[in-house]
Design a protein around this ligand. Structure first.
Ligand code: UD1
Ligand code: MG
Length: 455
């Protein structure tokens, strides 16, 4: 039976190079905080306990941790005295736990759960300490893994403390460590600050554990997996790598991305089979796309934003864009067409309805098969409150109509073009709300003649 697992996530880093009022680990990749990504990766290992180490005053980081994993315990590292000290901030969790301990950083969002599983397997095979290593293209600054002739891990030498020869080693410490020792807290309490930085190095645990008779091993992963985000350029790099990975997955699952590099997905985007996505499409959080949906070029689709959490659903066979904007609560029914320069928010659009050009469709319901003409506006806001517009099945809304909510258009009703509709319209009626047309025979000819004489 697998030992129980405690995961400790270190997030007390200052992150000053982000130049931000937002703590580093709350910066987002694909719509989810880096901390959220890390906690999601860890979830696959089903840890019995989760501990998060934050710095003083980082209540928002703790809150994000709880949002991602309600049972997470938060510990505060009072002073930034090094990675071993950070883990010891969670000593209460360590002391109350018999089993494996996994330590990782909150600012390495690209780590994969398969890799953590491999580290776990190495513990199962008898290692007391397992370190995640990688071959760095530019190894400057990283701790080096010292490996013996049998492939065992002897020590981690921090860059600042390494000799010239050690600095030539390419295998670096990625920062993730896993332990199966009697008491990790006792081991870490023996670490001291006699090193170039005067910090309490977690990496010293390798030598200490070996001195106690444990074996140490390295598990190696790709460099991109352990990319640490310290500034905005690394944030963009991590975003790019995440997007590449997810686009591949989406394509392997049967969606066509005509120009994958220009399609932006979110951490929770759900995409079915035989979906076609043309270039330049941005998909924010909370979007579900069913089978056989087509998204033409240049669409912006966001299901959850700062204020609204309604989600966006594109049902089977729907066609949207080019240049459509779908906002929270847009429920686009089967075979619906949403065309260019149409914005839909908080509205259920039932099967087969169409809004093909230039419209604002907000806070309403559009019945099956209804047609929303070009230039139709749902006037949903009176400056204080939002109101509902209801359009019946098969109704026809003539071009350039303003529907002043709250208002209800009955099934099968017709609205004349250019109408301002302020009152409900019964089923199968025609409503025209515009100035009646006036025609003055010969007026233009007389006007021209008059102007001509004056010249
Ligand atoms: C650390 C490793 C190094 C490795 C590198 C990989 C140590 C001593 N060194 O170095 O071997 O190659 O990561 O990126 O562990 N943190 C705290 N409290 C602290 C110090 C750090 O919470 O007092 C957190 C930081 O938020 C960060 C992580 O621990 O997420 C690593 O800290 P950092 O200062 O970046 O360590 P490095 O010097 O990069
Ligand atoms: Mg670092």
């Amino acid at each position: 039976m697998a030992a129980s697992l405690l995961t400790v996530v270190l997030a007390a880093g200052l992150g000053t190079r982000m130049r931000s009022d937002t703590p580093k680990v709350l910066h987002r990749i694909a719509g989810r905080s880096m901390l959220g990504h890390v906690l999601d990766t860890v979830r696959v290992l089903t840890p019995e306990r989760l501990a998060l180490v934050v710095g003083p005053g980082m209540e928002d980081v703790a809150a994000e941790g709880r949002a991602a994993a309600p049972a997470i315990e938060t510990y505060v590292q009072a002073e930034r005295r090094g990675t071993a000290d950070a883990v010891l901030a969670a000593a209460a969790a360590l002391d109350g736990h018999a089993g494996d301990v996994l330590v990782l950083y909150g600012d390495t969002p690209l780590l994969m759960s398969e890799t953590l599983s491999r580290m776990r397997a190495a513990l199962e095979e008898g290692a007391g300490v397992v370190v995640l290593g990688f071959e760095a293209a530019d190894p400057t600054g990283y701790g080096r893994l010292l490996i013996d002739a049998d492939g065992g891990l002897v020590a981690i030498r921090e860059y600042a403390d390494a000799s010239e020869a050690e600095r030539r080693l390419r295998l670096c410490n990625g920062g993730v460590m896993a332990f199966r020792v009697r008491s990790l807290a006792a081991l870490l309490r023996r670490i001291n600050t006699s090193n170039a930085k005067g910090e309490l190095y977690l990496t010293d645990a390798v030598e200490l554990a070996r001195a106690e008779g444990y074996t140490a091993r390295a598990v190696v992963c790709n460099e991109e997996e352990v990319l640490g985000v310290n500034d905005r350029s690394q944030l963009a790099m991590a975003e790019a790598i995440w997007q590449c990975r997810r686009r591949l997955k989406v394509m392997r699952n049967g969606a066509t991305l005509v120009n994958p590099e220009t399609v932006w997905l979110s951490y929770d985007t759900a995409i079915g089979r035989d979906v076609l996505i043309e270039p330049n499409v941005v998909i924010g959080p909370g979007v579900a796309i069913e089978d056989c949906v087509t998204i033409h070029a240049n669409c912006h689709i966001v299901g959850i934003d700062g204020k609204n959490r309604g989600g966006v659903r594109l049902r089977q066979g729907a066609i949207v864009g080019p240049f459509a904007r779908l906002r929270p609560g847009a429920d686009i029914g089967p075979d619906v067409h949403i065309g260019n320069f149409v914005e839909v928010k908080n509205t259920v659009i039932e099967a087969g309805a169409k809004a093909n050009h230039l419209a604002y469709v907000g806070d309403g319901r559009v019945g099956a098969g209804a047609n929303i003409g070009a230039g139709t506006i749902f006037c949903n806001y009176d400056g204080f409150e939002k109101h509902h517009t209801d359009i019946g099945v098969g109704a026809f809304i003539g071009s350039n109509s303003s529907l002043v909510a709250p208002v209800k258009i009955g099934d099968g009703a017709y609205i004349g073009s250019g109408s301002v509709i302020t009152k409900d319209v019964p089923a199968d009626a025609l409503a025209v709300g515009r100035a009646p047309q006036e025609v003055r025979e010969g007026w233009a000819a007389r006007y021209r003649a008059r102007r001509q004489r004056r010249k």
